[in-house]
Design a protein around this ligand. Structure first.
Ligand code: NAP
Length: 320
């Protein structure tokens, strides 16, 4: 536990490269600021070029460094071909990746189907992130082989809403949950984020048998209730959201980013925390039921990999 963590206590990150989804707003924006203020190079995956470039301009002003190495990568989580393109563009520009932060998200938005035929919470919050991480794992592993253990990490934003997932947790036979409420779809996607990290821990985390691949630490982070565009939408669409935010329980985005910053780059995040569910601030959280269900996490991994191979987004030569 490290409740005294502040962004200032991060080590110097000069020479390290990070990539974050949804870094143009909210928690993601503040995460970029925290990393860039320590000298890191940061790539922001965003769907809107104008939002991303505006965010980069503000970040550089705040950093008082017009040349701060913060870059935009076009990626719309609702379009899987843009995920592949973003990964390829990144790989054409960089030869290392020290940290991947899977952060972009939506909550309680109206029913929408992606270009690829998936419901928007499922694809934005989970599926695109699974694909992006899969495509970048070779460079992440290559980076880890050249670094001290613990330098290279993957962090995925989940939510304590995972424990409010319904029924089987993951509805494999109706993954879009068309007959359910938007909040139920959000909870399923956030459970998937947590299960994804659990399976990554098994496949690439610091465990016996994984050492020769390079040591990669992973964590699923619940940022707390944070006052962002996402939570504002939660408040307008649900009594629970309105009540919690109305009681003043939300924190500012810079505080909301502390969990991500701690897990992705702090020296106080320990090796045996890899694979953990982290809660505010910088603490290991409790998990139960689906979150500890190894069969479910394996089934989800396989289901997702099969879908993405079948649709042609993962080549047969790339296998974890
Ligand atoms: N805020 C909370 O209380 C809270 C609580 C628990 C978990 N979380 C998690 O924290 C993460 C960050 O959320 P936030 O609160 O910072 O929300 P936010 O301020 O609304 O930011 C969300 C980010 O995701 C991006 N995004 C959404 N859909 C996208 C798409 N199709 N393609 C690319 N980017 C997309 C947004 O881009 P645009 O600007 O283009 O929309 C924005 O940059 C989410 O994963 C969320 O589930 C938040």
């Amino acid at each position: 536990m490290c409740t005294s963590f502040t962004a200032d206590s991060l080590p110097d990150l000069t020479g390290r490269v990070y990539l974050i989804t949804g870094g143009n707003a909210g928690i993601g924006y503040e995460t970029v600021y925290g990393l860039a203020s320590k000298g890191a190079t940061v790539y922001i995956c965003a769907r809107s070029e104008s939002k991303a470039t505006t965010a980069i301009t503000f970040l550089r002003e705040k950093l008082q460094n017009p040349n701060a190495p913060i870059h935009y990568l076009q990626m719309d989580n609702m379009n899987l071909s843009t995920v592949v393109a973003a990964a390829n563009t990144f790989l054409s520009k960089e030869s290392s990746l020290h940290g991947l932060i899977l952060n972009a998200g939506i909550m309680c938005t109206p029913w929408e189907e992606s270009t690829d035929g998936y419901e928007s919470h499922w694809q934005t919050n989970y599926l695109s992130h699974y694909l992006l991480a899969y495509l970048l794992l070779p460079i992440i592993q290559a980076t880890a082989l050249n670094c001290e253990p613990g330098v290279v990490r993957i962090v995925e934003l989940t939510s304590d809403a995972w424990h409010m997932a319904k029924g089987p947790g993951i509805w494999f036979d109706q993954i879009s949950m068309a007959n359910h409420e938007p909040f139920d779809r959000y909870c399923q996607s956030k459970l998937a984020n947590l299960l994804h990290i659990r399976e990554l821990q098994k496949k690439i985390g610091p465990r016996p048998g994984n050492a020769e691949k390079g040591e990669i630490w992973v964590a699923a982070v619940h940022p707390g209730l944070v006052e962002t565009g996402l939570s504002a939408n939660f408040a307008t669409t649900s009594v629970l959201g309105r009540t919690l935010l109305g009681l003043g329980m939300g924190v500012s985005p810079d505080k909301g980013a502390l969990g991500s910053l701690f897990a992705i780059a702090s020296n106080d995040f320990k090796r045996d925390w890899s694979g953990s569910y982290m809660v505010p601030t910088a603490k290991k959280g409790w998990t139960w039921r689906w979150a500890n269900d190894k069969d479910l996490q394996e089934k989800l991994w396989k289901w997702t990999e099969d879908q993405l191979r079948w649709k042609g987004f993962l080549s047969s030569s790339l296998r974890l």
